[in-house]
Each structure stands twice: as structure tokens, then as C-alpha cells.
Design a protein around this ligand. Structure first.
Ligand code: MTE
Ligand code: QUE
Ligand code: MOS
Length: 834
């Protein structure tokens, strides 16, 4: 009984607590009522669209014939490059055709869009399009791209001190190459768009996009209409994770081209397989590095060359590379650093934003280098981390931004205690060595890593947002911003901010579908800034309204209720109240105004109190022709990162955290089990604690997938073979840590961001790197206890690629097992990616 009665009580408590209000879609999600793009009812004449795409990584299109497809009954149109008004798009560089014409540069590149009245006719029509390909040589690895000088953008450097000289004089050095694979976003809702042609050439676009403004623009340019003729609406996404930041735009354009050509509504929803084949992934990286340090493990210099596989087109890869370079320091002070970055152009789908942007690649580098250093100087890696951690006297980043409001030392110290790191380290060493307790010789590892994630777009102009707030006369509120709800809870956070400002229950505030007709020139909901930018704009709009309502409340205090506008406005017998400026949202020095529990209270110096219901005050404002709506624009202050020098204030603040992961490796299968994870983060004062915890645990587990099991396998033609859940292994509930503790510290000191909060969307993903470093720790512990290690050598550094798949773990544990096979493979070698 007691157990059963507790759950509803807790739920009620959560719902009552505005700091943990439920996700605004929680009820409609679990009852199946939430509407996604493909849940829109088909309208009369609506067409199903499908894509014809390249089966080759690089090919010339010798001939493309759509006539046989058009002959299929039910097929209504086929669109090719010739139908595209402006056939070039790209968020940063416009280097990508919407529909390829003469040449294709990746498997999945679209050459035609077919539209039909039924799905069956569409399927037939797609197979009837005739394309003659002439296969061309393809670039399939970073090494090939470097050799061919096939680059996107130019090489960039972020440097401080003299890394080359400092390396030369360092008493100890490690060097190596880190191979980092990509990852699929695996959102549950595939890329999707429905476009309705409206009168006079206008287009109404419903898109599963993180960037409605860019989607509006790309649709308009592809269709040859003006931006003002296109409205893009994104009500909610079934996950985006960065994958719908840029790449949703051409999908919407395909549907729009059909809608424009036929005058009929058009729907394009990718199958999971097509989605995985066509769309780009997290960028694979190859990092070559050297690090110099002293006998204590103090870092003296880091020199790294980062190459990213950008795929066939620029997409966001140069900005992703920049963020990777800006995160090579992570939590650690590096007095001499030279980090160079170059994006490579290869013949893969254009790689794109994915939670963390470039950050996880930079952080994986330095966290693994620290594990190397620890092995060399024979200290616990945690001690090396704490030694190098940003703190007093060592708080300057290599790009010249000081680390302010730094909680890293405290986070390290607190988590070390809470997760009993020292005791467990000793216990793990004993367990690893104890054949009685560990008869199969499995290997356990432990690693505690950190994150310091810079919050702001590193491209300054993106750091702005706008919001429209409408009060209604029953005291409810509608808010529209550029923020896109993709599951992260940005709507619930903005609603909480608005509700708190007006003193209303969060249920009184509705966040309206994101639409470019209400909020134009918006930034993508990305870089974890959704709440920061849009919540701050909404708050600003609320404050302006509150100031007007406060002024009115102060005036109403001296007017008898029978003379209020609700009694007199219809007759016009009383003069209207005009409120001036000069009153703050909180009233004046003489008359303090408070918005609380649906009531507005005016308190004067003598303590005498006047109250009016919030809804009634809104009605009085309306009847006195005082605006109860407001639009506001917000921009993040004080940003000054100069891309040419690689110096300046790149971020408004940092979200910080630490995590300790313990893993166990099966020596026979290479399987990784995550036994325990402890996370501690600083998210300032969370706007919604429960949603932030969801981001922490969800982001961590998503990152674990990238680091351990999610292996993208391509065939010799560059076609993705792992394009479904049966061949591409994302974490399941069975893969989540057996013990999973996550907590936040109380930090009420972040005054620079809205409501003192800190962004939570991407940073937790980077903490999952501790799982990968723990796997490597387990491998290296097993190897150094092997008899084969020559005595006198203090450490054996074993490289471990990302993802640390079971096969790679086995290779790490037992390289001799693979030596014979590898020798044979070398003979057969045809250069395919493994
Ligand atoms: N959480 C869910 N449930 N679904 C998502 O698609 N995207 C992530 C993160 N958390 C995502 C998510 C990414 S990549 C970013 S940048 C942020 O949410 C964006 O939202 P925010 O700025 O409101 O945090
Ligand atoms: C983080 C991000 C983005 C970023 C920089 C970050 C991002 C994004 C861009 C970007 C850069 C240049 C452009 C542009 C966009 O930069 O998502 O349109 O011209 O789109 O640090 O998440
Ligand atoms: Mo998130 S990768 O910035 O969309």
C-alpha cells in the first residue's frame, strides 16, 4: 500500500513545483496525441514525394530520364535540377546543390524528386527513373583527402605561448594519433516536411527543422519566390540532436518544389534507411598530437593537428572544427598550445551538427592525453587532472578568455568523495588481480573526466533571439519564439520563465508552434542556447508588459471600482487611463508591485495594500487601450571572438561538470558493461530541474553510444551498410549504467544568463567520454599486467579508437590474436574503411 500511494504523491509534488513542471507535451506524448509533421491529415490532392539518389560516392550523371516514371499511373510529377530556381544552398558556404545535375559526390545525393497520388505509385515511379552513371574515383578517408589536398575552408590555428619550443624542452612527451568515428543522430522522427501551396504563389511549409528561418530561405530560393512568400512552421520535432539544423532545409525544398510545380500539397517523409543513407553524421576526426609535461604530470605544451571528415559539402563542418579547437583545453590549463584544424572534403554524406558540435572531439583528445600522462608519470589520472585543472593563477584559456565562475575544482573534489573514487580504484586493482574473484580474467577500469562547455555560438551574429508575448483577457498567455521544441523541454522552460514573471501557474502559459511569420531572422535552436536566447527575449517582453500593468495597477488603486473601465468603457463616461513610462515592472519606489499567484499586489510605503486579479488587470488594460502584447529582441552581450586571430571572448559562460565511470570488459567477447556512473554538474540555478536531469542522463547515454557501440560501416562504394537499428547499435535500456547517479550542485552565482540558469542540452554528452577513457584504462591495466610487457617500461600506451567497439576492445586486450588475421588482410588490402 505504502509503495503504491507514494508514486502519485510524488508526481503531484513534481507537478506542483514550478522548478520541475512536466514537459509541456508529457500528456500528449504518452497518449499518442502529440502531432508531428507526418501526423498531419492528408488534404485533398496531397502528393507523396520520394527521392532518387546516387548509389555511388562519386559519379557523373550521363543520362537522367524521368519520362518512364511519369508514365506510371498515379505519378504526377518528377522534379530535377533543371526545375530548381537557385540550385545552391549551404549554411556557411553555398557549395551544395539542392538537386545534383551533372555530378554526384556522395551516396544518397539526390538527383530527382518523384511525386505520386499513392505510396504504391510512388514506389513504382521511383524505380522507373532512368539514370546512367559513370563511376568516378572517390575520396573515402581523411588520409586520401590530405594527399589530394581536398579541403573545405582553410587550415586554422588557435595558439598560445610557443608550443613547439615548449615541447622540445619538456622532460616528458607523449605522441599519438586518435581516430574518432561519426555517429548517426537516430532521432525517432525521420526528416519530414509537408508543403501547402497557398494563394498567389505563397508556400506554407511544415518542417521537422531545428532552423525554421534557414528552411524558409532555402525553400524560397529553390522555388524562386521571395522570403516573404514562405512561412515555415516547426511545431515539434521527434528529436533533432543537430541532425535537423541544416539538413532539414533541402528536404523541405524537395516537397516545396513539388507543391509549386503541381499546385498541390506535397509530403516528404524519409524512411529510416533513406534518412540514414542520405543525411550526414557526426564528423569523423583524425587527430595527431604531441604533449609535453613534467615529472608531476603538469602539462607544458600541447601540439595537435585536427582533421575532420567533412563529407562532400561544407555544411557546418568549419564551425564544428572551430568548436573542437576551442575545446582541446577542456578543464585544463595549457600554457603553450598550438591546435591546428583542417576540414577535409571526402565523398561521404555531408557531415553536420551533432550534440556537442566539435566539442566532444577536442575533449576526447585532452582527456585521453591525460590518461597517457598519468601512465607515464605513474600517478592516478585523477591527480593529473586536478593538478592541471583551471583554478586561481591558471585560469586563462588558450584563446584568451578567462574562465570565470569556475566550479571545476569543487566539482572534482566533491565527486571524488561522493563516488568513493579512491577506495574503488584500490578495489578495482585488487579485483583485476584476484583470480578467485575474477576467474575469467575480465578487466575493470575507472575514469573520472570533466567538461567545460562554452555556451554561445562562436559566430557572433547567431547569438540573438526574439519573442512575442500575447496576454489574453482571461489571464492566459501565448508565447512565440524562434525556439524549436525537439524533446529537450525548451517550451516548458520558457513557459516557466514567463509564468514566474507574471506570477501565474505554468499551465496558464502556452508556447505556440514556432513559425517564421511570428519570429523572423531567428537562429537555429542549437549550441544549447535555446532557452538562453529565446527565454531571455521572452522575459524582456514580459517585463515591458509588467511595467505597463504595474503602472495601471498603481492608477487603479486611486479609482473606485465602479468607475473602472469594465463598468464605463462601453459608455465612454470616464476618461481613459494612459500609462506613461517611468514605472518599472516592479512598480516605483513608493508603490511596489508584485505579480503572484494570479494576483497583482500594490504595496505603498505605509504598508497598505491594494490587490487586483491578474486577469481583471489585463481586461482593464485592454479596455483602456493599453497594449497587453509585446515583441522583444535579445542579444548575448560582450562576445568578442575574432576568428582570424583565434582570440577573444568566445562564450558568455561555461557549463561545467564531472563524471566517474566504471566499466568491465569481457576478455572473450570484448563486450563493455558500464557498472556505475556518477555525474555532478553545475547548471547554475536550473529553470526546470527535472528536465535538466533528463538532459544529463539522456545526453550521457547518447554519448555512450557514439563512444562504444555505434559503428558506421560503409562498403567499398561508400554506401552506408549500417542503416537500420539491426545493424547500427544505439544504447538500449540494457546498456545504461547499472548504477547511475546524477546530481547538480547549487550555483546561484551565474548572473550573466537568464534566471541564473546554465544551458544543459549538449554539455552532459561530453561526460560520457569517461566511459571510453575507463575502457582504455581497463585495457591498459590488463596489458601492463601481461607478462609480455618488458620490464623497466613504466607504461604501455594502447591507442583506442572511437567507437570502442567490442572488436576494438578485443584488439586492445589481445593484439596477438588479431596479428595473423591483420597480416592476411594486408595482402588483400583494398583500402576499404573498417
Ligand atoms: N534533447 C532531446 N530530447 N532531443 C533533441 O533533439 N538536441 C540536443 C539537446 N538535447 C536534443 C536534446 C542538442 S544537439 C541541442 S543543441 C540542444 O538540445 C538544443 O536545445 P536547447 O538549446 O534548448 O538546449
Ligand atoms: C555552435 C553551433 C553553431 C555554430 C557555432 C557554434 C551552429 C551554427 C553555426 C553557424 C556558423 C556560421 C554561419 C551560420 C551558422 O555556428 O549551430 O549560419 O554562417 O549553425 O559554436 O551550434
Ligand atoms: Mo545542437 S548539435 O547544437 O543542434
Amino acid at each position: 500500500m505504502a509503495e503504491h500511494s507514494e508514486a502519485p504523491g510524488r508526481l503531484a509534488a513534481i507537478i506542483a513545483d514550478p522548478g520541475s513542471a512536466p514537459h509541456d507535451s508529457s500528456v500528449t506524448h504518452v497518449t499518442g496525441k502529440s502531432e508531428y509533421v507526418d501526423d498531419r491529415p492528408m488534404v485533398k490532392g496531397e502528393l507523396h514525394c520520394g527521392l532518387v539518389y546516387s548509389p555511388y560516392a562519386h559519379a557523373r550523371v550521363r543520362r537522367l530520364d524521368i519520362a518512364p516514371a511519369l508514365a506510371v499511373p498515379g505519378v504526377v510529377c518528377a522534379v530535377t535540377a533543371a526545375d530548381v530556381a537557385h540550385n545552391a544552398w549551404g549554411t556557411i558556404f553555398q557549395d551544395q546543390p539542392i538537386i545534383a545535375a551533372a555530378e554526384v559526390n556522395f551516396v544518397g545525393e539526390v538527383v530527382a524528386v518523384v511525386a505520386a497520388e499513392t505510396k504504391e505509385a510512388l514506389a513504382k515511379g521511383l524505380t522507373e527513373v532512368v539514370v546512367e552513371w559513370e563511376k568516378l574515383p572517390a575520396i573515402r578517408t581523411v588520409a586520401e583527402a590530405v594527399a589530394a589536398k581536398s579541403f573545405i575552408g582553410s587550415e586554422r590555428t588557435i595558439a598560445t605561448g610557443d608550443a613547439v619550443a615548449a615541447l622540445a624542452r619538456s622532460p616528458h612527451r607523449v605522441a599519438g594519433t586518435l581516430e574518432i568515428g561519426g555517429a548517426d543522430h537516430f532521432y525517432l522522427e525521420s526528416q519530414a516536411a509537408v508543403v501547402y501551396p497557398r494563394e498567389d504563389g505563397q508556400l506554407e511549409v511544415h518542417s521537422s527543422t531545428q532552423h525554421p528561418t534557414e528552411t524558409q530561405h532555402v525553400v524560397a530560393e529553390a522555388c524562386g519566390v521571395r522570403f516573404s512568400d514562405v512561412v515555415c512552421i516547426a511545431k515539434r520535432l521527434g528529436g533533432g540532436f543537430g541532425g535537423k539544423e541544416s539538413q532539414a532545409a533541402p528536404i523541405a525544398a524537395y516537397a516545396a518544389l513539388v507543391a509549386k510545380q503541381t499546385g498541390r500539397a506535397a509530403r516528404l517523409v524519409l524512411s529510416k534507411d533513406d534518412d540514414m543513407i542520405i543525411t550526414g553524421k557526426r564528423n569523423p576526426f583524425r587527430i595527431e598530437y604531441q604533449c609535453g609535461f613534467d615529472a608531476d604530470g603538469r602539462i607544458i605544451a600541447l601540439d595537435a593537428m585536427l582533421h575532420a571528415d567533412g563529407g562532400a559539402y561544407a555544411d557546418l563542418s568549419t564551425a564544428i572544427m572551430e568548436r573542437a579547437m576551442l575545446h582541446c583545453d577542456n578543464a585544463y590549463f595549457i600554457p603553450n598550445m598550438r591546435v591546428r584544424g583542417q576540414v577535409c572534403r571526402t565523398n561521404f554524406h555531408p557531415h553536420t551538427a551533432f550534440r556537442g558540435f566539435g566539442g566532444p572531439k577536442g575533449v576526447a583528445l585532452i582527456e585521453s592525453v591525460i590518461e597517457d600522462i598519468a601512465r607515464v608519470v605513474d600517478r592516478d589520472a585523477l591527480d593529473v587532472r586536478v593538478l592541471n585543472c583551471y583554478g586561481p593563477g591558471q585560469d586563462m584559456t588558450p584563446y584568451g578568455q578567462r574562465v570565470e565562475d569556475n566550479h571545476l575544482p569543487e566539482l572534482f573534489a566533491t565527486l571524488t568523495e561522493r563516488c568513493a573514487y579512491r577506495a574503488r580504484r584500490a578495489e578495482i586493482a585488487a579485483w583485476n588481480a584476484d583470480r578467485a574473484r575474477n576467474p575469467d580474467g575480465h578487466s575493470r577500469g575507472l575514469s573520472l573526466t570533466a567538461v567545460k562547455f562554452g555556451i554561445s555560438f562562436t559566430t557572433r551574429f547567431l547569438n540573438q533571439g526574439n519573442a512575442l508575448v500575447n496576454l489574453h483577457r482571461d489571464g492566459t498567455v501565448q508565447v512565440s519564439t524562434g525556439a524549436v521544441e525537439m524533446g529537450q523541454g525548451v517550451n516548458a522552460r520558457i513557459a516557466a520563465i514567463v509564468a514566474e514573471q507574471f506570477g501565474l501557474p505554468t499551465g496558464s502559459v502556452r508556447i505556440m508552434p514556432t513559425s517564421t511569420e511570428k519570429n523572423a531572422n531567428t537562429s537555429p535552436t542549437a549550441a544549447s542556447t535555446g532557452t538562453d536566447i529565446n527565454g531571455a527575449a521572452a522575459l524582456q517582453a514580459c517585463e515591458t508588459i509588467c511595467a505597463r500593468l504595474s503602472a495601471l495597477a498603481i492608477r487603479l488603486r486611486s479609482i473606485p471600482p465602479e468607475s473602472w473601465a469594465k463598468k464605463t468603457a462601453g459608455l465612454g463616461t470616464m476618461p481613459e487611463i494612459a500609462v506613461g513610462s517611468g514605472v518599472s515592472p516592479r512598480g516605483t519606489d513608493e508603490q511596489r508591485v508584485e505579480f503572484r499567484n494570479g494576483v497583482v499586489t500594490v504595496t505603498d510605503r505605509s504598508g497598505s495594500v491594494f490587490t487586483v486579479g491578474f486577469a481583471e488587470l489585463v481586461r482593464e488594460a485592454y479596455l483602456n487601450r493599453i497594449s497587453v502584447s509585446e515583441y522583444a529582441h535579445y542579444s548575448i552581450p560582450d562576445l568578442g571572438f575574432d576568428k582570424l586571430t583565434g582570440k577573444g571572448r568566445a562564450f558568455l559562460y561555461f557549463t561545467q561538470g564531472v563524471a566517474a565511470s566504471e566499466v568491465e570488459l569481457d576478455r572473450d567477447t570484448g563486450e563493455v558493461k558500464v557498472r556505475r556512473v556518477d555525474i555532478l554538474m553545475d547548471m547554475g540555478r536550473p529553470v526546470n530541474h527535472a528536465l535538466d536531469m533528463g538532459q544529463v542522463m539522456g545526453g550521457f547515454v547518447q554519448g555512450m553510444g557514439w563512444l562504444t557501440t555505434e559503428h558506421l560501416v560503409y562498403d567499398g562504394n561508400g554506401k552506408l551498410l549500417s542503416h537500420s537499428p539491426s545493424t547500427y547499435k544505439i544504447p538500449s535500456v540494457q546498456d545504461t549504467p547499472r548504477v547511475f547517479n546524477a546530481d547538480l550542485i547549487f550555483n546561484h552565482g551565474n548572473s550573466v544568463n537568464v534566471r541564473g540558469s546554465k544551458a544543459s542540452g549538449e554539455p552532459p554528452l561530453l561526460l560520457s567520454i569517461s566511459v571510453w577513457t575507463a575502457v582504455r584504462d581497463a585495457i591498459m591495466s590488463a596489458r601492463s599486467s601481461d607478462a609480455s610487457v618488458s620490464s623497466g617500461q613504466h607504461a604501455q600506451l594502447v591507442p583506442l579508437a572511437i567507437p570502442a567497439t567490442a572488436e576494438r576492445v578485443l584488439r586492445g586486450l589481445s593484439p596477438q590474436m588479431f596479428a595473423a588475421w591483420d597480416a592476411r588482410d594486408m595482402q588483400v588490402a583494398n583500402g576499404g574503411q573498417q
